[in-house]
Design a protein around this ligand. Structure first.
Ligand SMILES: [Cu+2]
Length: 183
């Protein structure tokens, strides 16, 4: 009977230990994150004294402002970002063709213009593949603004992709458009 009495205690011990370790790990993460944001804020503003808020003020958001002129013979592609859809006048592209992307954010929120690979069946790649093999990533397209970008798909980049916005929750809300790049 005595052994039975101590049994639950023995079983609880590793659970308690894991719980404590988790709390310590979480605390470390928070401290690291706070330090990281402080460093970022310092880097972007050059001062630490006036910035105590962990949320960056509006004026530190780096909106992309790309206004390239089209290369001769480029095919114009109109991409429309909205809350929360992506439309494009073309979804089948060819390698070696100069494209001129005109990307407009018609939404009320900040969006991102990204071209990232998907699997052959169209399902998303793991996050590291999405980021490592992305072809374009332009963050922070301001509401109401338009970007003008020349882009050519290299022959080695033929495959399946998505035009996507990976801002928090936007991809899940529908900001993805399958495209194909053919040789
Ligand atoms: Cu978005």
């Amino acid at each position: 009977m005595k052994r039975r009495d101590t049994f639950p205690t023995n079983r609880q011990f590793p659970t308690l230990l894991i719980g404590k370790l988790l709390i310590v790990a979480l605390a470390l993460l928070i401290v690291t994150w706070l330090g990281f944001s402080a460093a970022l804020t310092m880097h972007s503003t050059g001062t630490i004294a006036t910035r105590h808020s962990p949320t960056p003020p509006e004026d530190t958001i780096n909106f992309a402002n790309i206004e390239e002129t089209p290369v001769p013979g480029a095919t114009e592609i109109k991409v429309t970002l909205a809350d929360f859809t992506i439309k494009s006048t073309v979804t089948v592209f060819h390698t070696g063709v100069p494209y001129y992307f005109v990307v407009t954010n018609r939404g009320h929120q900040v969006h991102e213009f990204m071209i990232m690979p998907v699997k052959l069946d169209g399902s998303p790649e793991p996050a590291d593949v999405q980021y490592n093999d992305k072809l374009i990533e332009i963050e922070q397209v301001a509401p109401g603004s338009t970007l003008y970008i020349n882009f050519m798909f290299l022959p080695s980049k033929a495959g399946r992709y998505e035009i996507a916005c990976l801002m928090r929750g936007h991809y899940q809300a529908g900001m993805k458009l399958p495209i194909v790049v053919m040789r």
